[in-house]
Design a protein around this ligand. Sequence first.
Ligand code: ADP
Ligand code: ZN
Length: 718
Amino acid sequence: MTLTHAREVLKKVFGYDAFRPLQAEIIQTVYDRRDALVLMPTGGGKSICFQVPALTLEGTAVVVSPLIALMKDQVESLRANGASAAFINSMLDASAARNVEDDLLAGRIKLLYVSPEKLVSQSFQPLLRRLKISLFAIDEAHCISAWGHDFRPEYTQLKFLKEQFPDVPVIALTATADKLTRKDIADQLQLHDPAIYIASFDRPNISLTVRPGQKKFEQIVEFLKKHPGQSGIIYCLARKTCSDLSDKLNARGFKTGFYHAELSPRERNQVQEDFINDRVPVICATIAFGMGIDKSNVRFIIHYNLPRNLEGYYQEVGRGGRDGLPAEALLFFSYQDVMAYRQMVEEGEASAEQKELKIAKLDRMYQFAEAPVCRRKTVLHYFGEAFDHNCNNCDVCKNPPRQFDGTTAAQKALSALLRMQEKVGMNMLVDVLRGSRRREISELGYDQIKTYGAGREYGFDEWQFLISQMLHLGLIEIAYDEKNCLKVTEAGRAVLYNNQKTNLALPPKPEEKAAEKAAAARTPGRTQGLRDELFDRLVALRRKIGQQQGVPPYIVFSDATLEEMAQKRPISDADLLFVSGVGERKLQLYGDAFIEEIRRFVREKSGEGQSVQGSTYLLTWDMYKAGRPINEIARAREISTTTVVSHLAVMYERGELVDFSAWASPETLDFIQGALHQFEEPYQLKEIYEHFEQRFSYEAIRFAIADAKRKKWKQQQG
Ligand code: ADP
Ligand code: ZN
């Protein structure tokens, strides 16, 4: 098997033109029958790495996956593309399982998804031994490691695969594995000298933004207004926050649901289904939500609370934008969250060592939220990946904070702290600096201190921003054991008493934010106007088809595919095949419906007098199909008959039926086509015309070329 075959299948079955980074290398490794260990971020395209070999190699590929819901989804996706796939797990009843077994033994199944429990069970062994197995793919391979948080004991029994099938290549895939886990995977599965592939964990299509956690609700309302109808998840720490937030948002006219562990399995399933099927676009959920979901068109992830560590943050963020289109990650940051979680850890059951680790990870998390450094750089460095440029797709890159000599500002804050005996937290400190008239302040006598109101030049948010940096720079620290009061450190004293210079940054100016808002208001990846309208219509059509067929809409076509359709406006089969994500099967199943919708759109728009791309062919075509003669079409459309014929040739090339016997006989076509190889594409009609010494008309040449091209793409389609 060669990569050429692999590319053919990629195009024919999945409708994709090229492999993503590492996919081709990984597939080649499987063809070489060597074991492989693949680390790719969520949405990186792991599935293709085993699905393409499975579809090209002889026999059945056995895919182990721990998430039953995901299994069903993947099988549905494959089937929608015309690939023969099935799953066996506890969800299947006995007769359905027997059908799958029959299909397997008859060699009708290229990809079999099994749960690890099933695969290792004794009852499954006889069947397994009777199959011709092309490869084993172990998805979510990190579940094998007792070090990880998703440990699945059955995974450790998978070593029997290499023992019993030493010649079948094993490909282990995961999105989360540090060095230790990686070694664990290779050891436990007893991989033979596996080829290791580590893809970049960068997800450049996801923009990363951190905002101060004040007035979160209003901020979310604003955000949702700018993303009407789009799918997104709002992660909250507490169960109650999920339901409260969802209720409040619904009261404001948004359509949201909530999800947490206290719901019954049936309710949870319902929420998940509603989300997957685009019935409820936004879900307020605890982090359990999204684990078993492969929905590719999640357009935003909001963290209502600070995640506990960067691993969690990035994993959750990774659930957005799997289709490669722009997605947004918005994190609300507040000290209250840091302190609340810290307290939880400290009062928890864990060993001192584990507590320390958790707190160290939390520290890294909030440093990420605070540091005025490119967010992507920070996360990727955390995961040990070199990333040395600015990403230009995070809030810091897009809107760099304003650096200034912050010595005086820092001194004001430090002095105020000391004058209040270091007995206050962040909010009180800011209020005193800003000269707030809060009762508590006068009761405590803080309005009498010298620095009361000395910091009015900065707003509340700006002071918070500055004090965060002071924490960061180690000028102050939080006394977690003293009700989270702020304390001045040695370094802080040096600034206050020795005039040690310190640089600080202020948050971006409000005007700049306005520009950012305007940019954000534009739906990601789309230009406004006509295309948006068409996109929305295609989305509606996709939902309708999904409903009719009982599959989630994104299985019909991904957002990315619809985007491209809305942009390119394919009005024929041939055009549609050029759209990424349209393979043969989907062309057959859905091609007509989508083409019809696009044609309807183009007609309507040109009927309204707008000039729309693609409309001229279509107008000619509609009249031709209505049986009107060429010269009449030319007159009605105020174009020449030559132009009318050229339009018809284009439609013919794209797969429509045109009777062109009046211009060219089959012999003429053959004759002209026999000489085409002497010319270069794009063909110059005049050149060909002269080559044949004017023996054939321009119309005949046009149709000969159209016919050659039509044959070519039809042939490529098999
Ligand atoms: P993972 O399992 O790594 O999270 P998937 O395999 O689900 O990721 O792939 C994520 C998305 O990218 C899917 O919609 C998939 O169809 C798409 N994809 C994968 N490979 C390609 C490719 N070569 N070209 C275009 N899209 C691709
Ligand atoms: Zn950046």
